[in-house]
Design a protein around this ligand. Sequence first.
Ligand SMILES: [Zn+2]
Ligand SMILES: [Zn+2]
Length: 439
Amino acid sequence: MSTERAQEMLPGYAADGLVACRSCDCAHRIVDVPPGGKALCRRCGAILYRNMPKSLDHSAALYLAAMVLFLLANTFPFVALQYGDRIEQSRLITGGLALQQAGMGEIGILVLLTSVVFPFLTLLGMLYLLLPLRFGIRPRWQTRVWVAVRALTPWSLIGVFMLGLLVSVVKLQDLAVIVPGVAFYAFVGLLVVSTAAVASFDPAVLWQRMGPCPDPGVTDGAADTAAAMGYATCHTCDLLVRRSAAGEHPACPRCGSAMHGTRHPDSINRTWALLAAATLLLVPANLLPVMTVIRFGQGEPSTIMAGVVHLIQDGAWPLGLLVLFASFVVPITKIAALIFLLVTVQRGSDWRKRDRTVVYRITEVVGAWSMVDIFLVGILVALVRMDGLATVYPGSGATFFGAAVVLTMLAAHAFDPRLIWDKADSGEGAAAGAAGAAT
Ligand SMILES: [Zn+2]
Ligand SMILES: [Zn+2]
């Protein structure tokens, strides 16, 4: 195939006119989809690629707007707590710093990284890539920056932070009057704009101006999984690379990233190890207090469960159930789901592979919401510092819980969903002539 044709068909993905599903490794021949449409994997239903004609313009503008809102949200006061004639103002960054001062350094760093540092670096990295590309210039170190952005994205938890803030406002409403500041509105705007920015971005725009894709060889029509056909997918730019053509020290011919073979290395063992550690940490996380609220010199340490019961008794039962779901149901179900996936993969099970792939995708998405309790502790410790009237102290349970959530997120990333499909590749779902198109 000529390189021009490969570029025309789908800039960014085409090698031999093929694309491999990231969830199940099923190889598909690339077909045209209408503008605004997307191509779905015929075997597992995951999105293969989209056709977003104005992606570069839209995403560059939206990421720029998101950056402005982010800077506003971090410079102006976030909320003010009014108690009689006393006013306590707080900025976004103080959550992490207050935890640090209270001797909970590790959790303070986690809050600071996931609510401020990582979102900032993600926005900065995207602008570094998109703005030059918008004007036809290829940014330096494009591949490295993209690898960093992709690694940080799952740890930028702006939405989860917002939920934590909502819960803390409800918890505080009988204690003080809460006045939202400029930064609060900027943050709400940031949440909306950054969601739109992520949705408008097509990774293919990164690679379409990088010159023609090297032609890795010719294939016959018998499509199967990319691995069975002798291809490996580049982890960075999603190019399908013929393994024999990759050479002795395999590197992606388009972006230069190292190729690790067809599956994540040591995926099963790493996932098991991370899950075991997370399960152990959940015990002290639920038994030890996550915080102590002292009002007028009185107060008792409370665990995650006690916090939920308190919210429900206060009449805020929708939020109470939400916190119960995020900090109790989600971590336990997530660990159980990953163990189930590991066991079925190790036994080579054929049972409901498509449904198991969906289970994995849900596990990957919902896990971060467990961080809401950690943000709640950080926000309350930062906001409620009115000596004599009310103070909130963090408890050691929060550290264990934070560590457990991080480990379950790492476990979900370590698991390679393509392993679900590996045992029974022969026959079923093969010969994928065209991807199913939908709008
Ligand atoms: Zn698939
Ligand atoms: Zn690559």
